[in-house]
Design a protein around this ligand. Structure first.
Ligand SMILES: Nc1nc2c(c(=O)[nH]1)N[C@H]1C(S)=C(S)[C@@H](COP(=O)(O)OP(=O)(O)OC[C@H]3O[C@@H](n4cnc5c(=O)[nH]c(N)nc54)[C@H](O)[C@@H]3O)O[C@H]1N2
Ligand SMILES: Nc1nc2c(c(=O)[nH]1)N[C@H]1C(S)=C(S)[C@@H](COP(=O)(O)OP(=O)(O)OC[C@H]3O[C@@H](n4cnc5c(=O)[nH]c(N)nc54)[C@H](O)[C@@H]3O)O[C@H]1N2
Ligand SMILES: [Mo]
Length: 753
C-alpha cells in the first residue's frame, strides 16, 4: 500500500495526514494554516487510543431485563459485547416501544455536542435527522456557547447574527481603531478552535498588525492568561460577573460629561430615555457611577476612570467574549455593551462600535465570505417538542414541569428514552452529580461514541462510531476561506460503523429508510452537498469547480470578499432602507416585548443584577471558580491522548494559596454543597485574588470510596445547574463559589458538605 499524504480537517484545524500501509502514522498542521502542532500531532494517538470502543456493548442488566432493569446499574454494571444485529434489534425495539407506549416526545434526542468536523457525517445532525424520520423526538434549542446572547440579541438587534456569524473584520481594527477594549480578554488558546474547522488561524497576525499601528488594547478579565503574550495591554482585573456594572458606569460617565452621541441615540436606537434614566438612578436612587461600579467589581475607581478617559475619544472597538454571558444574568453584559457602544455613537463604523467573540473562537472577524460551506439538511421534527439546551437535567427530573422561556412556557416531556450521538453531557452539563441522579430516570439510554467516554460508560446500549479519519466527508467553517475535502484516510477500526450507516440500518428496520437517506449513499450525499456550494456560487457570480476537481484538489479556496465586513454598516448608512428586524426597526435599548414578559430576572433594558453566586456574596473562604475552555483540547475531546496521569490543574493566586497552606504543584480538593473534585494547584499571580481558573474537559471519574468526589478534575461537579434567566434559560456555569484546600485522602469522606 505504501505511503500516502492526504489533507483532512478537525475542529482544531486542517492537517496533512501521513498514512503508511493503511495506518495513520502522523499528522501535522496543513500548509501555513497556523493550527496547533501538538493538537494536530496527537491524531494517531486519538484514532488508535486504548479507549476506542471496538464492538457494540449492552449493559448487563439491560441485556437481561430491558427497560425493566432500572437505571441504577448505569456506569456500574459490566458492559457486555454483542454483535451488531443484536444491538440494532435492541435499539429498534426500544424506539418502537417508547413511540407506541409514550409518544415521540418521550424520546430525548437533542443530543447536544460538537461531534467532529465534516458536514455530512456530523453526528448531531445525523441523529436529529434520523429521529425526525423515525417519527419525532424532543429536541434541544439554543447552545452552550452563546445561549443567553442567542435569546436576547434578537430583541435588541432583530437577530442573533452578531454572535452567530457577523463580525467587524480585523482588518478594519488594524486600520482604523485607536482602542480595543476586550471584556473577557483575547485568550489565544481559543483561537486554536473553529466550529467546523479552519485552514487559517489568523488572529495572531491581526493582533500583530494592530499592535504595529499602535492600537491600544485594554483587557478586562480576572485572569492575565486572557491577554496574548507580547501585547502591551492595560489590564483591568475585576471580580468575575461584574462586567455589566463597569459597562453601565462607563455609559453613566458619558452621560454626566455630556458626551453621549445624542444624534446617534435618536436616529438609531429605541427607548434610550428609559436606559438613561436607569443610569441616573431615577427609579432606584442609585446613579451608576464609577465609584458604584468600583465597589462591585473591586477595582480602584481610578482604574475605571482611566479606562473611561481612554475610550472617550478616538475610534473605539468594544468587545466581549462569549464567556461573559455564560453566567447568571448573562444576557445583561451583552445588552450593556451594545448600549455603551450606542452612547459612543460608533456602531456601524470600521474598527468601532461593538463585536462579540474576538477572544472566543478562531475566525471571528476573519475575512471570509459566508455561506459556501454546505450544511447537511435536517428534517422537520413531527413531535414538535423541544427544551432549552441547558435545561435537560431538570427535564429528566421533572416530567410535566413548566419553565418560562423567552415569552413562552416550556412543558417538560416525560423522557423515557435518551439517544445521544456526538456530545458528551458528562462533560458539558453542570452539577454532574445531579446529572448522575437524573441519568438513572429514563428507561433506556443509547449512545454512539468512538471512545469510552464517561457518557458512553453510562449508557445501556453503546454503538461504536467511526472517527472522521475513517469515512469520506467535506467540511469547513463559514468563518474561514476554504471548503475542504475529507477523504477517508484509513479503514474503520474493529467493528466501528459510521453514524450515518448505523442510522440507515435502523431506519431500514423501522421502515423509514427512504425518508432518512433519500436513497443516497455517502458519496452521493457529498455530491449533493457540493451542488449547494455550486448553486450558491452561481448566485454570487463565482465559478465553482466540479465535484471531481474539488475532490482531487482536496480543497476549494473561497475568493476573498471585496471589502471587510463591518457589523451594522448598512443599517448605519441608511436605517430606513435597512431597518433591523426589531419591532421598532431600530437598536432597542428598551424592549417593549421583554417588558411584556414581566420577568423579574430580565427587565426591559440593560441592568446590573447580582449573580446568585459571586464574590460579593461569598462566605468565609469561598472563591469564585471560573471554568474556561481547555488550552490543548476541544472540551472533553483529546483528553484520552494526555500523557500524564494526574488531575487537571487549577490556577490560584499566591495570596489565597498561602492563606490555605497550598503550594505550587500540590494536589488540592475543591468543594461546595454540590460536590468535590481534585486538581493540581498552580500558584502564581496570573489570576486575581479571590478567583480560581480551572479548564473544563477532564473525563468525569467519581471516586469509588468517597461520596461525591471526582478524581480527574472535572469542575462541572462544582458548577450549578441554574440558568441565566427566564429569558435565555442558558448555561450559567461561570457563576460558582467553591472552597479549596490541600487534599489528604482520609479526610475527604467526612468533609463532603
Ligand atoms: N463549566 C463549564 N461547562 C461548560 C462550558 C464552560 O465554559 N464551563 N462550556 C460549554 C460549551 S460552550 C460547550 S460548546 C460544551 C461542549 O460540550 P460537548 O460538545 O458535549 O463536548 P465535546 O467533548 O466536544 O463532545 C463531543 C463528543 O462527541 C464525540 N464524537 C466525536 N466525533 C464523533 C462522531 O463522529 N460520532 C459520534 N457518535 N461521536 C463523536 C466525542 O468523542 C465527544 O465525546 O461544554 C459546555 N460546558
Ligand atoms: N482551545 C480551545 N478553544 C476553544 C474551545 C476549546 O474547547 N478549546 N471551545 C470553543 C467553544 S465551544 C466556545 S463556546 C468558545 C468559548 O469562548 P469563551 O467563552 O470566550 O472562552 P472561555 O475560555 O470559556 O472564557 C474566556 C475567558 O473569559 C474569562 N472570564 C470568565 N468569566 C469572566 C467574567 O465574568 N468577566 C470577565 N471579564 N472575564 C471572564 C476567563 O478568564 C476565560 O479565560 O471557545 C472555543 N474555543
Ligand atoms: Mo461552545
Amino acid at each position: 500500500m505504501g505511503v500516502r499524504r492526504r489533507t483532512s480537517l478537525s475542529h482544531w484545524g486542517a492537517f496533512e495526514a501521513t498514512v503508511e500501509d493503511g495506518r495513520l502514522v502522523a499528522a501535522r498542521p496543513w500548509a501555513d494554516g497556523g493550527a496547533d502542532p501538538q493538537m494536530i500531532g496527537v491524531w494517531p494517538d486519538l484514532v488508535y487510543s486504548e479507549s476506542r470502543i471496538d464492538r457494540p456493548h449492552v449493559r448487563e442488566g439491560f441485556l437481561r431485563d430491558r427497560e425493566r432493569a432500572g437505571g441504577e446499574g448505569r456506569g456500574r454494571e459490566r458492559m457486555v459485547a454483542v454483535d451488531w444485529d443484536t444491538a440494532l434489534a435492541l435499539v429498534a425495539e426500544q424506539l418502537q416501544r417508547v413511540h407506541a407506549e409514550h409518544g415521540a416526545a418521550s424520546v430525548f434526542g437533542g443530543s447536544y455536542g460538537w461531534s467532529s468536523a465534516g458536514r455530512f457525517h456530523h453526528a448531531r445532525t445525523q441523529i436529529r435527522r434520523f429521529l425526525a424520520a423515525a417519527g419525532g423526538f424532543t429536541d434541544q434549542v439554543g447552545n452552550y456557547s452563546w445561549g443567553a446572547a442567542n435569546a436576547i440579541l434578537p430583541h435588541i438587534l432583530g437577530d442573533a447574527e452578531a454572535v452567530s456569524g457577523a463580525a467587524t473584520g480585523w482588518e478594519t481594527i488594524a486600520a482604523e481603531s485607536d482602542v480595543v477594549v476586550a471584556f473577557g480578554g483575547l485568550n489565544p488558546k481559543n483561537w486554536r478552535v473553529t466550529s467546523g474547522g479552519a485552514g487559517h488561524h489568523h488572529m495572531p497576525r491581526h493582533i500583530a498588525e494592530a499592535r504595529r499601528r499602535g492600537v491600544k488594547f485594554i483587557i478586562v478579565s480576572p485572569f492575565a492568561g486572557d491577554c496574548p503574550e507580547g501585547l502591551d495591554a492595560t489590564f483591568v482585573a475585576p471580580r468575575p460577573n461584574t462586567d455589566t456594572a463597569i459597562m453601565l458606569a462607563l455609559a453613566h460617565q458619558a452621560l454626566v460629561e455630556g458626551r453621549p452621541d445624542l444624534s446617534f441615540l435618536e436616529r438609531y436606537t429605541e427607548g434610550h430615555e428609559a436606559f438613561l434614566d436607569y443610569l441616573r438612578g431615577a427609579a432606584d436612587g442609585v446613579p451608576k457611577t464609577l465609584s458604584w461600579a468600583a465597589g462591585l467589581c473591586d477595582v480602584p475607581e481610578a482604574e475605571l476612570s482611566a479606562l473611561w478617559r481612554t475610550i472617550r475619544q478616538g475610534r473605539v472597538m468594544l468587545t466581549a467574549s462569549w464567556s461573559l454571558q455564560r453566567a447568571d444574568h448573562g444576557e445583561q453584559p451583552f445588552w450593556a455593551l451594545i448600549a455603551l457602544a450606542a452612547m459612543l455613537g460608533q456602531i456601524g463604523l470600521p474598527g468601532g462600535g461593538f463585536c462579540f467573540g474576538y477572544g472566543s473562537l478562531n475566525g471571528v472577524g476573519a475575512a471570509a465570505r459566508r455561506g459556501f460551506v454546505p450544511a447537511m439538511e435536517g428534517l422537520p421534527n413531527p413531535a414538535g417538542s423541544a427544551v432549552p439546551v441547558a435545561s435537560f437535567i431538570e427535564a429528566f427530573l421533572n416530567p410535566g414541569g413548566q419553565i418560562p422561556f423567552n415569552g413562552r412556557t416550556v412543558v417538560f416531556p416525560d423522557v423515557r428514552l435518551v439517544y445521544w450521538a456526538g456530545g458528551n453531557p458528562f462533560h458539558h452539563a453542570q452539577d454532574l452529580f445531579k446529572l448522575e441522579a437524573a441519568w438513572r430516570r429514563p428507561e433506556a439510554i443509547i449512545v454512539h461514541e468512538p471512545w469510552w467516554t464517561s457518557t458512553a460508560r453510562r449508557a445501556d446500549i453503546v454503538l461504536p462510531a467511526t472517527t472522521s479519519a475513517e469515512r469520506n466527508d467535506l467540511g469547513g467553517s463559514s468563518r474561514d476561506p476554504f471548503v475542504f475535502a475529507m477523504p477517508k484516510l484509513i479503514e474503520p477500526l474493529a467493528e466501528a460503523r459510521d453514524d450515518f450507516v448505523i442510522f440507515r440500518d435502523l431506519a431500514d428496520r423501522l421502515g423509514c429508510r427512504t425518508v432518512f437517506d433519500e436513497g443516497l449513499d455517502e458519496m452521493q450525499w457529498l455530491r449533493r452537498l457540493w451542488a449547494k456550494t455550486q448553486a450558491r456560487g452561481g448566485r454570487a457570480g463565482l465559478d465553482i469547480p466540479s465535484f471531481e476537481t474539488f475532490w482531487k484538489d482536496g480543497l476549494w479556496a473561497v475568493p476573498a470578499p471585496d471589502a471587510p465586513e463591518v457589523l451594522l454598516e448598512a443599517y448605519r448608512r441608511d436605517p430606513e432602507a435597512h431597518p433591523l428586524k426589531t419591532p421598532s426597526g431600530r437598536i432597542e435599548l428598551f424592549s417593549r416585548v421583554i417588558a411584556g414578559f414581566a420577568y423579574a430576572d430580565a427587565p426591559p433594558h440593560a441592568v446590573w443584577r447580582e449573580p446568585r453566586e459571586w464574590l460579593g456574596a461569598a462566605r468565609d473562604g469561598e472563591l469564585h471558580l471560573v471554568t474556561n475552555q481547555p488550552e490543548k483540547r476541544l472540551h472533553s475531546q483529546l483528553y484520552q491522548t494526555r500523557r500524564k496521569n494526574a488531575p487537571e490543574t487549577v490556577e490560584i493566586n499566591r495570596r489565597d494559596a498561602e492563606a490555605r497552606g497550598i503550594g505550587d504543584g500540590d494536589v488540592v480538593r475543591l468543594w461546595n454543597e454540590r460536590g468535590a473534585c481534585l486538581a493540581i494547584a498552580r500558584v502564581g499571580e496570573r489570576v486575581r485574588h479571590g478567583v480560581l481558573v480551572m479548564p473544563t474537559g477532564a473525563w468525569f471519574e467519581p471516586d469509588e470510596q468517597a461520596e461525591r468526589l471526582e478524581v480527574n478534575g472535572n469542575p462541572n461537579v462544582l458548577t450549578a445547574d441554574r440558568r441565566t434567566s427566564a429569558l435565555g434559560q442558558a448555561c450559567a456555569a461561570l457563576s460558582a463559589l467553591v472552597r479549596i484546600e490541600p487534599y489528604r485522602r482520609d479526610e475527604s469522606k467526612s468533609e463532603a458538605d
